[in-house]
Design a protein around this ligand. Sequence first.
Ligand SMILES: N[C@@H](CCC(=O)N[C@@H](CS)C(=O)NCC(=O)O)C(=O)O
Length: 215
Amino acid sequence: MIEKPRVFGAAYSVYVRIVRLTLVEKGVDYDLVPIDIFASDGPPPAYLERHPFGRIPAFEHNGFRLYETGAVTRYADDVFDGPKLQPADVRERTRCNQLMSIADNYAYPTLVWSIYVERISKPAKGATADEATIAAALPKARICLKAMSDIMGTAPWLAGETISLADLYAAPMFDYFLVAPEGREMIRQYDNLAGWWARIAARPSMKETQPIHMD
Ligand SMILES: N[C@@H](CCC(=O)N[C@@H](CS)C(=O)NCC(=O)O)C(=O)O
């Protein structure tokens, strides 16, 4: 019997959404098994057997357990039918990998944690935004957007002519970032990124995986 892949995590999570976007774009049916990593008493202790670092998502397919979104999404792209989400051309594929790394290391902490969480998420929960954190993050965010815009150039998608894991990595991060006024103002300065955002935001996969915004 062919097992449906299982994604362990919560819809609000950027990284869970990257895996879900990948599966939806591939046309793969999956189960989302709820794990709230920010629950007050923490995730169920048994979850650490799936993910020793206590992050979401974790993933399982036919008894193959996996964590780390880059590994999960590349595995899903390799084993499931559907459109290829890693470019065949070696330079485009390398750019795709580079963009995934930029998203992990620079965009996620800056656009999501230092800007969205401070400007939108904390005040929505009654806490005060840390303006110094936001101010320090803005130049870093500009570097992220300029780097991504430079790599994208005139292509329709971040890593070239077809949608790839690079787009599915960046999109959930931008979806949060663009709730903040600073994010909306910043993306306006990059025509190619603004066009990219209009294209990716219109994908049915983005609507299907839309979390409830805290705004
Ligand atoms: N390197 C991990 C990052 C996953 C990650 O940071 N997930 C966040 C939610 S979007 C999380 O679990 N945060 C919990 C925490 O930081 O304690 C991956 O690629 O999957």
